[in-house]
Design a protein. Structure first.
Length: 280
């Protein structure tokens, strides 16, 4: 999570806000295609070449990534894409906790923190709800595995299609604020549906739309927000938000789900709780 956060911080330092609106969705296609290709190759080659050799292949791919970053840094300096800065090269200095203090002192960054926190709490709720519904609806364990695999395939395919052809247009048509509001709106509708009808087909559709909406629309749009902050916030506050705040939301969601379950709320009852959280 930290490495991905630093990558997007570098992109926010290289590209301006308008460039980010146009390009960040398309750049995200690389990550999605990598997830699809990586999973496909692992499934096909694991039994043939063995786990140890797959790890060596991973090392080689990471090394190629390092050289790509060197090339990007050199191109950014040559083209001066961000006037007055040598993108990603100067040492920032300061303390290790500077990102925490800067995030907590800025209303703008606090807003991003709250958005991230509420999103991850909702994601954790949906994860546990899906597990309960699937366990009740699909008895055979192999059939469950196939069900989750089909969801992953649909998420990745939908993500690529939207990233490549729609994300930039949405940012142009709707602006950053309304585009960021799309995923919470989908979440309100999805949790409301689960509250009324906690069925297997509905949770599958909701999971696909929510995950693809995050990867294809919400995530690139959140990254555009960081093109408008000082360089120190790009690399310090952003890392704090993308790692600590994200995982804090996971933990709060898990504790809250257990507490609500202990109070006697089932899948439908917890979905009712998630509706106002998504609206907020």
């Amino acid at each position: 999570m930290f490495v991905v956060s630093v990558f997007w911080a570098f992109m926010a330092a290289v590209f301006g806000t308008e460039q980010g609106k146009r390009l960040f969705g398309f750049i995200g296609v690389g990550g999605t295609l990598g997830a699809i290709l990586g999973g496909t190759l692992t499934a096909a080659l694991a039994a043939v070449v063995g786990q140890a050799n797959l790890l060596l292949a991973s090392v080689a791919l990471i090394e190629l990534g390092v050289w790509c970053v060197y090339a990007l840094g050199r191109l950014a300096r040559e083209r001066r894409l961000e006037p007055g800065e040598h993108a990603g090269e100067e040492v920032l200095g300061g303390g290790a906790l500077a990102g925490v203090s800067r995030a907590l002192r800025s209303p703008y960054l606090l807003g991003i923190c709250l958005y991230m926190l509420l999103f991850t709490i909702g994601s954790t709720f949906l994860y546990f709800q899906q597990a309960e519904i699937v366990e009740r609806g699909i008895v055979d364990r192999d059939a469950r595995t196939a069900f989750f695999a089909r969801i992953d395939v649909l998420v990745n395919v939908l993500t690529v299609v939207v990233q490549a052809g729609l994300t930039g247009r949405l940012l142009k048509w709707l602006g950053i604020g309304l585009t960021l509001a799309l995923l919470p709106a989908v979440s309100v509708a999805g949790f409301l549906g689960l509250a009324l009808l906690p069925a297997l087909g509905l949770v599958a559709v909701f999971q696909v739309l929510r995950r693809a909406g995050n990867f294809a629309v919400a995530r690139p749009t959140r990254e555009v927000l960081f093109t408008a902050v000082p360089r120190e916030d790009k690399y310090k506050a952003k890392s704090f938000i993308d790692t600590f705040v994200y995982r804090a939301g996971d933990q709060v969601g898990a504790w809250s789900y257990a507490l609500l379950g202990g109070l006697g709320l089932g899948v439908a009852g917890i979905a009712w709780v998630a509706v106002p959280l998504s609206a907020l």
